[in-house]
Design a protein around this ligand. Structure first.
Ligand code: MCN
Length: 761
């Protein structure tokens, strides 16, 4: 059931947000008298009305190089972007709320708007946040001591630029939900789709001054979150406060236009690289400069998202001398937030730099990758920024992908196409996807947070297994895959395991679904809890079988087995019989053993997990129109032990499609005046099935040594690889006529324009 399918409780009010039509404007006055006079109108709440009911949100930790911001639930004095919510109208019906919203009179004083990093960084720039000294909210840099020497030794220095446009998440169901206040119990129930029910509840309780036991978060199915549905955003908080103030249930259905322009956006970054290289194409050192446009607020610590790009940029390559400078800027656009693979541009930047090196030196792009790639002998490897790889197979995925693509044959075909109406391009991109961020990562980034996940497994008297954890699925198939990990740890039949997630009261406190941590952190916790519970099941089984020890026993598929003469044989005892004894016949248990079968376990991954994949594609570009067609697409990945191969394939398809869609089409565009230009699917193009190829997938399956079940996360790498492979293929095609796109999206019109310019030069 999606949020909007939940029937309205009695006396439910409907909410509509009034949003700023201006990129930057002072709110001089809000007159709600006419709106409130309309039949059915119940209330119009503004920032001033809510300020004493919801505390401000501190947007960033106060660490070096980062300016913290305090964000009120609704603006008190000025709107900062087109779509900024400035008041919420509540009425008996949705139609009455819409009519009342039309009657609210707002007097605005339009202020100068900042619509680009160029504007934001100008010396006389207006300030997006008047409480800050500058529009640059974060500046972080890093350099290894030997970097200058690497550049001094270089035969060539190769520079490249990579720009990525603003995009947004596009969940199937926009943000929607229901807030119910029970005044008798002084209790709030939030029925909003969230990827992280417990952190969501902690934030709601803190912002409203409630204890966590006064708040239940019960997430419905959400049809996609992609990072947009982790923390409570301002509309969720307004609903919670309104329900409490008015003592009535309140519901909200976000429109697609609101979601596109005022949900959260992401990805707007420009990265420039300078590579110091030897004549044979080996990279001796690299620098990168990142300018990120975070819009009017950063809904996640700004240092985290932009810095991860810089931190993991070296990826699968061997160079050790490295430096970066990361600047995060505020502009008058929709706030930024986490979005599937917040570091999505990284692999294009790194592998696009490799292509630039190959072109500058007249070498083959695959050969330059081979010369720079980490080999099995290099692992374990610590990168210049301290990322520790203990299981990585980039050369294996590279060779698998180019082998399947038929790289050599495609290069030969490309050479023979000179007079053709189409250009052939071959794109390669090897990804190192950082995921399952550990507690140490959060500490080092200065972000309050933990990498652990908590799992609970109960076996009921009938043998039914109830597994739970703090993750919530937004489409990852947890009901299957996490039930499988619990069953594998415990030794139960998977059909006996039910996963219960999404409710903050019944699931154990966890960090939620984000950063591709579900399989490894959630799965690791469930697997570990299962293993511990199995030990108890076997101890009880040994007692029931009159054995002195459980050493020769195992539980598989819900059956207790015993090893006899090297063979596992059925004992006739089942998990259900053991469970019945544990619950209902405790006097048969070993002395001192607790009745029941319930295990709670927290699993905190030792370090960040790194997963590698290589994406390889061939594209054809029509010279006359700039139209692109993806001819072949191969992805070879290594996510360790695959819990469910079909789900891994589905996630790879989805992630890659998201990357390709972003690289080819999507653009949350703004005008020079800060006006939002993409408020519907007529303007915000996302890929459709006929824009995408059939994916050919290959797997390496090298188990992670740091996860109890050998699992590595995988669901963001496809987005990174899709962008890199597509953009590198387009540029490989364009290189034949001496041009290159240094910014996404690679739309036909941009490609056509580049071709025209190349012809004119
Ligand atoms: N899996 C597996 N074997 C592995 C690794 C993963 O079978 N070795 C399975 C997992 O059990 C899980 C799925 O693949 O069912 C994804 O696992 P993982 O890579 O750990 O990612 P998460 O579960 O943490 O999911 C979060 C990730 C992120 S960060 C976003 S954003 C995202 C995504 O996954 N949003 C999605 N995938 C999405 N898919 C859909 N349909 N909708 C979204 O909103």
């Amino acid at each position: 059931m999606f949020a909007d399918d939940i029937p309205s409780p009695p006396l439910c009010l409907h909410a509509i947000f009034i949003r700023s039509p201006y990129a930057h404007a002072r709110i001089v006055a809000i007159d709600a008298a006419a709106a409130l006079a309309l039949p059915g109108a119940a209330a119009v709440l503004t920032g001033k009305d809510l300020a004493s009911h919801v505390t401000t949100q501190r947007m960033a930790p106060a660490i070096d190089g980062l300016q913290p911001m305090d964000m009120p639930v609704l603006p008190l004095d000025a709107a900062r972007f087109v779509g900024d919510p400035v008041a919420v109208v509540l009425a008996e019906t949705l139609m009455a709320a819409a009519d009342a919203a039309e009657l609210v009179e707002i007097t605005w004083e339009v202020l100068p708007a900042i619509s680009s990093v160029g504007d934001a960084s100008a010396t006389d720039a207006a300030l997006v946040d008047p409480a800050l000294p500058t529009n640059r909210v974060s500046l972080q840099s890093f350099v290894t001591p030997g970097l200058d020497a690497a550049f001094a030794r270089a035969d060539r220095v190769v520079e490249a630029r990579f720009g990525q446009q603003r995009q947004t998440h596009v969940p199937m169901e926009p943000r929607s939900g229901l807030a119910i206040w029970d005044n008798g119990r002084q209790h709030l129930t939030m029925r909003f789709g969230t990827q992280a029910p417990h952190p969501y509840r902690t934030a709601i309780a803190a912002r409203l001054g409630l204890r966590e036991w006064q708040v239940t978060v019960d997430s419905p199915e959400m049809g996609g979150g992609f990072g947009q549905k982790i923390i409570p955003l301002r509309e969720d908080l307004c609903l919670a406060a309104a329900a409490r103030l008015l003592r009535r249930p309140v519901r909200w259905r976000e429109t697609r236009g609101e979601n596109l322009t005022a949900g959260l956006q992401a990805r707007e970054e420009v990265v420039t690289t300078r590579a110091a290289v030897a004549a044979d194409g080996r990279i001796l050192g690299l620098t990168c400069a990142i300018d990120a446009d975070f819009g009017s607020w950063s809904f996640f610590p700004a240092n985290y998202m932009a810095r991860v790009i810089a931190m993991i940029l070296p990826g699968p390559y061997r160079f050790k001398e490295y430096g970066y400078e990361v600047s995060v800027w505020l502009t008058n656009k929709c706030p930024s937030g986490p979005m599937r693979a917040p570091m999505a541009i990284t692999s294009w930047v790194m592998d696009g730099t490799i292509d630039a090196i190959a072109r500058a030196l007249g070498l083959d792009a695959l050969e330059v990758r081979r010369r720079n790639s980490l080999t099995p002998g290099d692992i374990p490897w610590v990168t210049a920024t301290g990322e520790r790889y203990n299981s990585l197979t980039p050369l294996a995925t590279l060779e698998a992908a180019v082998g399947r693509l038929g790289y050599a044959a495609l290069r030969a075909e490309q050479a023979g196409r000179e007079a053709s109406e189409t250009l052939l391009g071959i794109g390669l991109c090897t990804v190192v996807e950082s995921n399952t961020y550990s507690s140490a990562f959060y500490r080092d980034a200065g972000i309050p947070g933990s990498g652990h996940e908590m799992a609970s497994i109960r076996v009921e008297p009938s043998g039914a297994v109830i597994a739970s954890c703090g993750l919530m699925s937004s489409g990852q198939g947890y009901q299957t895959t996490l039930a499988q990990t619990a069953a594998a740890g415990l030794g139960a039949a998977v059909e006996e395991v039910q996963l219960q997630i999404g409710n903050s009261d019944t699931a154990p406190y966890g960090m939620g679904s984000r950063g591709a941590r579900g399989a490894s952190a959630g799965g690791g916790a469930l697997y570990g809890a299962g293993l511990k519970l199995k030990a108890k099941v076997l101890a009880i089984a040994a007692a029931l079988l009159d054995l002195n020890s459980a050493d020769a026993l195992d539980l598989r598929g819900g059956l207790v087995l015993r090893k006899v003469a090297g063979d596992w044989r059925e004992t006739g005892l089942t998990l259900a019989q053991v469970a019945r004894t544990a619950h209902l016949d405790p006097l048969r248990l070993l002395p001192g053993m607790e009745p029941g079968l319930h295990q709670i376990l927290a699993y905190d991954p030792a370090g960040t997990t790194y997963t590698n994949s290589t994406h390889a594609c061939a594209v054809e570009i029509e010279r006359a129109t700039g139209a692109i067609r993806i001819l072949r697409y191969v992805a070879a990945e290594d996510c360790g032990t695959r819990i469910n191969p079909m789900v891994v394939e589905g996630q790879t398809h989805g992630a890659t499609a998201m990357g390709l869609s972003g690289a080819m089409l999507e653009h949350a565009a703004y005008g020079a005046d800060g006006q939002a230009l993409a408020g519907s699917f007529m303007d915000y193009a996302i890929a459709r099935a006929d824009d995408l190829p059939s994916f050919e997938l290959l797997h390496q399956d090298v188990p992670s040594p740091s996860n109890p079940a050998g699992i590595k996360g995988m669901s963001e790498g496809g987005t990174m690889g899709g962008i890199g492979a597509l953009m590198n293929a387009v540029n490989d095609a364009l290189a034949q006529v001496g041009t290159r796109l240094d910014a996404q999206p690679a739309t036909p019109v941009r490609i056509w324009t580049a071709l025209q310019q190349a012809n004119a030069d």
